[in-house]
Design a protein around this ligand. Sequence first.
Ligand SMILES: Nc1ncnc2c1ncn2[C@@H]1O[C@H](COP(=O)(O)OP(=O)(O)O)[C@@H](O)[C@H]1O
Ligand SMILES: [Mg+2]
Length: 250
Amino acid sequence: MSVVSINAADENIAKKICKFPYIIEAGSNYIKHKNFVIIENNINVYKVYNDINNFKECVYKFNWAHDNLINFLTPTIIDSFVFENKGILKLKFIKKKNNQNIIEMLDVFFNIMTTIKNIEKIPHPNFFKSYELQSEYEKIFKDKNLILTHGDLNHKNIFKTEDNKIVIIDWDNLSLQPQKLVEHTTALYFLSHPDFHNKNFPSILKIVLDKFKNVTINKLINLSEKKYEISVTHFSKNFWKNMAERIKLV
Ligand SMILES: Nc1ncnc2c1ncn2[C@@H]1O[C@H](COP(=O)(O)OP(=O)(O)O)[C@@H](O)[C@H]1O
Ligand SMILES: [Mg+2]
């Protein structure tokens, strides 16, 4: 499952803590932070954190989400503990529905963004001194108006269950970010669904621009190019480069 190779010591953690067969998901978070995810037999999910302070922050964020996101499902925390100097967050696995209607998800993305932004009980301010790659994004979005955001609203982190409940996972990047950055990122991540990488892209982009009134084509291109520049895997590098090209063609 992993897109990057993971070292033997980390792989051993999975062997020691899992009773059932498991798969390991390691991607850019492994390259950037040595963090990875173990999915045990579609029963448990273990998020493994290399930095204990970051682990504590993330446990707090998952708890905060579970307490405050009333209209959406968020993972239930089963346990959190330190094991071989890694922070481990054990979550209940939530099963994804097979055939998702992607266009219908546009409203879902927009509603989630708006709901989180409007939550009054904001998390502890200590956890919001900065957001990941802040200095890079500030080069494009100088907006002083900060809003609360999930921080990684993409179609892998938002999905529906068989009984059509909307699930939001991966709360590690919950943060205060410039409103314009949040709007452009949410629109761009919606557009990044693999189903849209075809000749219908211009019409999907038009629907997205109708929904996100503050989003402009130029800034979407700037953001894609920035993501290309800061990507740590070849896969994401190519992905964001192609995305910028696709938008430029419209
Ligand atoms: N509670 C969960 N239920 C089902 N699948 C999950 C759950 N948590 C994580 N996953 C799966 O593991 C993947 C990686 O987990 P995620 O929390 O998004 O970590 P990352 O920070 O690496 O993106 C997700 O894309 C999803 O497929
Ligand atoms: Mg994720």
